[in-house]
Design a protein around this ligand. Structure first.
Ligand SMILES: Cc1cc2nc3c(=O)[nH]c(=O)nc-3n(C[C@H](O)[C@H](O)[C@H](O)COP(=O)(O)OP(=O)(O)OC[C@H]3O[C@@H](n4cnc5c(N)ncnc54)[C@H](O)[C@@H]3O)c2cc1C
Length: 439
């Protein structure tokens, strides 16, 4: 093939777009601004075992293209029982650190989950006239059981608000609940946490043999009838077609100049689709100062959700004493402003409250790593969500190609697997097939 295709971005979408074209004998080059591959998958090895600082789970392994790949490459996959259906996966604590009765708490989570499923089904059959935020729906629409114990109520509240805010990396007043119900689709099989190499192993395999130019940041994209010209910090590149896999946060920021400007409908879609915040703090200790057998710890408050309300015990899967605190939405934006010292102090205070009675004084961690997805100019946030004000057609508009020259991929362009790695994977393949289908 004499025609040239450029792919912008070496995250999962960009790598799969290039992989698909390369395997069909197309001339393709990937331009990536970072000095590492994987984009919003980022596997850290500095703590003595791998920790995924971006995507960590395969959400829905059945029928997922990533599952056979992880199996073939020998990456560990551990089931995470968020709902605590097994009765032993989660321990929740009250604001003062008292362990909550988990039989009752779990019943509350299951009741909330059932209420969500029922509401989603009814919205699918009869979408409401006016879009509703999650907050509106929880405060005014969600039918709650008439009587619940205090522990059941805490489980119900955690699952209906905090858990949804994590899934969407946003806040309940911004999440477009009625759109989410109609559009996001989850594959079956639960949630599998990757460990023992993490997402990096998959990325390294998929990129093999591709021409990727690292540390090549795109700033201007100029389209003429003949060619697309890409200006970067390493000079100009030209091609017949370009596949853009830039994160929605980067498109929103306006840091890439398009000449001619993107169509108005696409610009509106870029602004209306939500792009969330989600940050992690991974701490490694000399030994386990928390129950090793549980996968997750939830920390409840009496009023507004507290900081440090969700913890993942990666040590449960790997045997290495690493625990990860994570924050979403406004709480993620708040802790982003904190110094490392303040963040560590906050984490240790909560750990002491939850685990101190059983494990004694908790020392400073031996090592830690924290994320800054929000202030990372190559991400500008974590992943997309359906936002109040978003239109049902916006993701389709975002995905539409322009003049068979500019093609759009990346998680936010997926009609129903957005916010995931497998969604990004599929959009890369889809955009490459659009290019292949031109002739
Ligand atoms: C904290 C966090 C937790 C997550 N958890 C999960 C999870 O458990 N499971 C799951 O399935 N998904 C999860 N996700 C979402 C998942 O990571 C993303 O949906 C997916 O990785 C996006 O892939 P992508 O290729 O669309 O975008 P990206 O991976 O962001 O790739 C885009 C690439 O473009 C590059 N780029 C940006 N600007 C420029 C420029 N100007 N010039 C050149 N290159 C540029 C970036 O550096 C990046 O490499 C999580 C994300 C985050 C941040």
């Amino acid at each position: 093939m004499s025609e040239k295709t450029l792919v912008i971005g070496a995250g999962m979408a960009g790598i799969m777009a290039a992989r698909t074209l390369h395997d069909a004998n197309y001339d393709v080059t990937v331009l990536e601004a970072r000095d590492r591959l994987g984009g919003r998958t980022h596997t850290d090895s500095s703590l003595g075992n791998t920790v995924d600082l971006g995507a960590a789970w395969i959400h829905g392994p059945d029928g997922n293209p990533l599952t056979p790949l992880a199996e073939q490459l020998g990456v560990g996959m551990g089931y995470t029982d968020f709902l605590n259906e097994s009765g032993t996966a989660v321990q929740a604590y009250t604001a003062d650190g008292t362990p909550i009765n988990m039989a009752e708490y779990t019943r509350g989570q299951l009741l909330a989950n059932a209420a969500f499923i029922k509401a989603k089904a009814s919205i699918l059959y009869q979408p409401p006239d006016n879009p509703q935020s999650l907050k509106d729906w929880l405060e005014h629409g969600l039918p709650q059981p008439e009587t619940m114990t205090a522990a059941e109520t805490m489980g119900f509240d955690y699952w209906s608000r905090i858990r949804t805010e994590y899934s969407d990396a946003s806040d309940w007043d911004l999440i477009n609940w009625t759109m989410m119900s109609g559009h996001y689709a989850k594959l079956p099989g639960g949630d599998m946490l990757l460990h023992g190499g993490g997402y990096k192993v998959l990325i390294d395999q998929l990129v093999e043999g591709l021409d990727v130019r690292m540390e090549t940041a795109v700033s201007h994209i100029t389209t003429t009838p003949e060619q697309v010209h890409i200006q970067t910090n390493r000079g100009e590149f030209s091609a017949n077609r370009v596949i853009l896999t830039l994160p929605l946060g980067v498109l929103k920021s306006g840091q890439i100049q398009f000449e001619p400007p993107l169509p108005t409908a696409k610009q509106q879609a870029i602004q209306r689709i939500g792009f969330g915040n989600y940050e992690k703090l991974a701490l490694r200790f000399d030994k386990f100062y928390w129950p090793r057998e549980q996968q997750r710890f939830n920390y409840l408050s009496d009023g507004e959700p507290s900081l440090f309300n969700a913890w993942l015990n990666t040590g449960h899967y790997t045997g290495t004493p690493i625990i990860v605190a994570y924050h979403a939405g406004r709480r993620a934006r708040a802790i982003n402003q904190w110094s490392d010292e303040k963040l560590l102090e906050g984490a240790l205070t909560v750990m002491q409250r939850l685990f101190g009675d059983e494990f004694g004084p908790i020392p400073a961690p031996e090592a830690y790593v924290r994320t800054h997805w929000q202030s990372d100019p190559l991400a500008n946030g974590s992943y997309s969500f359906d936002q109040v004000g978003q239109q049902p057609t916006d993701r389709r508009t975002l995905a539409e190609s322009i003049n068979q020259q500019l093609f759009f991929a990346g998680e936010a362009t997926h009609p129903h697997f957005y916010a995931t790695v497998h969604g990004a994977y599929e959009t890369g393949v889809r955009a490459a097939r659009e290019v292949i289908g031109i002739r």
